[in-house]
Design a protein. Structure first.
Length: 556
């Protein structure tokens, strides 16, 4: 800035700034690049991505949020779209790719409107109005679902897993997901609440996907500590200890001088007595199963085995909390304070061998319902993808049970909303009408992408879809297997209303936020020593902007 030819430096030296149309265009390009990165994974015919991190670890998936989390995204606008995927995943567990693709398409359409000299604020207002109308239409085309509708819930799980590599085993996995959710669902008034923390996912390499099973109880990934202990305890009384069954070491350096051999014997005898007293306390409480979060001394193991107590050590904190909830036991931090009131109950505790590992199964919990899914697969990467698929399935079934509403998938709901928005656009008037129409076209990117990924002609499919919906066929969508427009309700392609609702809301919010930015000021960060002078790329945290399709940031 020049005032009387004297330069006034307002910003720190090295700061880069881009204003106006250039800044907006840069941000839109970055967001479009992120949407394009996941677009090819959408739908049953979508393909997977292989992601390799700096350590050489490999992830093979087509889960939108996993891909975006693994990608090292630098551009701030691109990060906003990653946040959209994360929010979608937290709220619904599915529809992450849909939300990101929709946000990218909204920005792409907005760019062409800006080129026609329509102000970004007007586009934002139009998008907000269209989003509100879209949610109303979504609500009106939804159908009710009850927790007793096992078959419908299973179809929802199948739809969530249709695009995953585990889809050929989706009958088994979908059935497991529905049973698990129903087992832990708690009634609250007229509705249900599902705490997915009560469902434990355990991965064990080996076997095949079809060996995956649902266990009514909690699985502890540990074996009993002593071979002399029983392998199976019926009607167990369970003590949960957050304290070590060991002699406590002093916290400061201490020295014990022994001048007489009898003193040594007395010292060892006292150690032994302390351990014996701990085991006696456990025995007095009536517990015959001890699950310990910390260590158990060899001698204590021996005494517990003699008393016929089944003991496990170094149990994870999360498993301890699940066990406490399921069995009604209290987690005790001081062994001497263990009483019969703190002991929990179950139907059976047993050690089972799965593959090369021995696991402890606590089944028939008396207090709360807790279930575990034991997943099997040939490789670590297969197991990881099974876990992601099951996580999606569990989430969509849970939100369907909680909300009690579902919509038709396969691009049917998106096409129906687009039809209503086009009719509504004529009533809006003004320049917002153009944004309304752009929003409708953006929604149609869902069926268009499904068609593209299946190798179909997207134009033909869209024309056919519009014709079908205009003719009142509300459940018409893209059948990627036959290559035609089909009745998605008859094909049981269903999803919870929350998936569509959240995708529309978060995609609109992200698009509007990016559209309203006309100035990007990036401060220079200190460069890494290894890079030498300017080695970090000058832009610091924004150096990767060009890589996301936005060109070199701040350069003319």
């Amino acid at each position: 800035m020049l005032t009387g030819q004297t330069p006034i430096l307002v910003l720190k030296e090295g700061t880069r700034r881009e204003k106006g149309r250039g800044a907006l265009s840069n941000n839109i390009q970055a967001a479009k690049a992120i949407a394009d990165a996941v677009r090819s994974t959408l739908g049953p015919r979508g393909l997977d991505k292989m992601l390799v991190d700096s350590m050489g670890d490999v992830v093979v998936t087509n889960d939108g949020v996993t891909i975006l989390k693994e990608m090292d995204v630098e551009h701030p606008a691109a990060k906003m779209l990653v946040e959209v995927a994360k929010t979608q995943d937290q709220e619904c567990g599915d529809g992450t790719t849909t939300a990101v693709v929709l946000a990218g398409e909204l920005l792409k359409r907005a760019e062409s409107l800006i080129e026609q000299n329509i102000h970004p604020t007007i586009i934002s207002q139009g998008y907000r109005m269209a989003s509100k109308k879209a949610l109303e239409v979504l609500e009106s085309i939804s159908k009710p679902v009850r927790i007793e509708d096992h078959e419908t819930l299973k179809q929802i799980a199948f739809t969530a897993m249709a695009s995953k590599s585990v889809s050929f085993n989706r009958d088994l996995l979908g059935d497991i997901a529905v049973k698990a959710v129903i087992a832990v669902a708690e009634k609250s008034g007229t509705s249900y609440y599902v705490d997915l923390d009560n469902i434990q996912l355990i991965k064990k390499q080996g076997g095949q996907m079809a060996d995956t099973q649902l266990i009514e109880g909690v699985i502890v990934d540990k074996e009993k500590v002593h071979s002399g202990m029983p392998t199976r305890v019926v009607e167990p009384k369970i003590a949960l200890l957050d304290a070590a069954l060991e002699i406590k070491k002093t916290e400061i350096d201490a020295k014990i001088e022994i001048s007489d051999p009898s003193q040594l014997n007395a010292f060892l005898a006292e150690e032994e007595n302390m351990l014996r007293r701990m085991v006696d306390t456990v025995k007095k409480s009536g517990a015959n199963v001890v699950l310990c979060q910390k260590g158990i001394d060899d001698l204590a193991q021996h005494y517990l085995a003699k008393e016929g107590v089944y003991a496990v050590r170094r149990v994870k904190k999360s498993d301890m909390e699940k066990l406490a909830k399921a069995t009604g036991a209290n987690i005790i931090s001081k062994v001497s304070e263990l009483t019969p009131e703190d002991v929990g109950h179950a139907a059976l505790v047993e050690e089972r061998k799965i593959g090369d590992d021995a696991l402890t199964f606590v089944t028939g919990a008396k207090k709360a319902k807790a279930v575990s899914i034991l997943m099997r697969g040939g490789t670590e990467h297969v197991l990881d993808e099974i876990e992601r698929s099951l996580d999606d399935a569990l989430n969509v079934v849970a939100v369907a049970v909680e909300d009690g509403k579902i919509v038709i998938g396969g691009g049917a709901a998106a096409s129906e909303i687009a039809l209503h928005l086009r009719d509504e656009a004529a009533k809006v008037g003004g320049r917002e009408q153009l944004a309304f129409e752009s929003f409708a076209e953006s929604l149609e990117t869902i069926p268009r992408t499904l068609a593209e990924n299946a190798g179909l002609d997207p134009i033909d499919i869209l024309i056919e879809l519009r014709k079908a919906h205009k003719g009142g066929r509300k459940s018409a969508g893209v059948n990627v297997f036959s290559g035609k427009v089909d009745d998605m309700e008859a094909l049981h392609v269903l999803e919870p209303i929350r998936v569509g609702r959240q995708a529309i809301e978060s995609a609109t919010d992200a698009a509007v936020m990016i559209l309203r930015i006309d100035d990007v000021i990036a401060s220079k960060t200190t460069s890494a020593p290894a890079g030498g002078p300017g080695g970090a790329g000058g832009m610091g945290g924004m150096g990767g902007m060009g890589g996301m399709g936005g060109g070199d940031f701040g350069e003319d």
